[in-house]
Ligand binder design. Structure first.
Ligand SMILES: [Zn+2]
Length: 331
């Protein structure tokens, strides 16, 4: 498996430059030894750890998809005034200006291309946007884009104002069409393809730390180095699924000696595809679990995508997992 993976990495487009990223506010305590308590904003009654990414809430059963960055500055009335900056060069993909339509409150998505991978930075609970900010606008790393706040449908007290920040993937570019028939009567999908259900975050702090440590940090290599939690066989499709195209996957094997009959997709425990291997020797009528790395799956109880069947033998998708596979397969 490792050998096969290395061969594939050689076939991928190689970018000579490193990803240029910086933290989204002036709070840089993440980089200081033991600076975490000054950097992460914990939840009510819990310490800084509950502001980190991952299975950090409700004894590991509740997932936090980003990191909560503490507010540093307030005006005389106590309102937060920290400026929020773009973490890297990119394009404003979406600005949700109505605070009452999501638990993200006012939020902003910037689309980046890091080492050939389409990825988004997400800034939420914002107090406001820089005047004139609009979707489609290009931004540079460090550009002032918004102000930290405490907006959202789940009321955040002003004292706990923070920036909820994510680095995330858009799971399907055609999400709104998949989701429309699933909406309960009277419900709306105000944010279309930028609905939080269609955005899966990965650990942002580890990316900033790795990029700071390694001047040649490569985002694609970082993603591909994440532990594989499980692998899934997907039916081969033409054209390849939208998330494969967004990440330039599914097209890496050039002229094919044999037609591709299925894609073997490797996943992180949270459900982010990290690697695609075209297969010519097997086929699949629908997504099926191929293999599971149980310790990696067990380390993330709040995001369970695969489970043992009733006889505790074969692996199958959980309800969440089956839905995710359906969403990823939708064209
Ligand atoms: Zn948060």
């Amino acid at each position: 498996m490792t050998m096969m993976r290395n061969i594939f990495l050689l076939l991928l487009p190689v970018c000579a430059w490193a990803v240029d990223i910086g933290l989204p506010t002036a709070n840089h305590a993440l980089y200081s030894p033991s600076g975490e308590p000054q950097f992460f904003q914990g939840t009510a009654g819990h310490d800084w750890r509950s502001g980190q990414y991952g299975c950090v809430r409700s004894g590991g059963q509740q997932f936090h998809e980003g990191m909560d960055i503490r507010c540093l500055e307030r005006d005389r009335r106590g309102e937060p005034t920290d400026r929020v900056f773009a973490v890297g060069d990119g394009e404003v993909a979406y600005a949700a200006k109505n605070a009452g339509q999501s638990n993200y409150g006012r939020y902003l998505l910037v689309r980046h291309n890091w080492d050939g991978v389409e990825v988004f930075s997400l800034y939420s609970h914002l107090g406001g946007f820089v005047p004139g900010l609009r979707a489609g606008q290009h931004v540079k790393r460090g550009d002032w884009i918004a102000v930290l706040g405490y907006s959202g449908t789940q009321k955040i007290p002003r004292e706990r104002a923070h920036l909820h920040f994510e680095i995330c993937f858009q799971l399907n570019r055609n999400f709104a069409a998949w989701f429309a028939p699933k909406l309960a009567k009277g419900d709306r999908n105000d944010h279309a393809n930028y609905n939080g259900i269609n955005l899966q975050g990965i650990n942002p702090a580890s990316i900033f730390l790795a990029a700071r440590e390694n001047p040649a940090f490569n985002f694609r290599a970082h993603i591909e180095a994440q532990p594989v939690a499980f692998t899934v066989l997907f039916p081969a499709r033409r054209p390849p699924l939208s998330w494969m195209r967004a990440q330039q996957w599914g097209v890496v094997n050039g002229p094919e000696p044999k037609p591709v009959t299925a894609y073997e997709v490797w996943f992180m425990a949270v459900g982010v595809p990290t690697f695609v291997r075209p297969r010519t020797d097997v086929s699949a009528a629908q997504p099926q679990v191929l293999s599971v790395n149980q310790p990696v799956v067990d380390a993330c109880p709040a995001r369970r995508i695969v489970e043992r069947d009733a006889k505790r033998r074969a692996w199958q998708f959980t309800k969440r997992g089956a839905e995710l596979m359906e969403m990823l397969s939708f064209q």
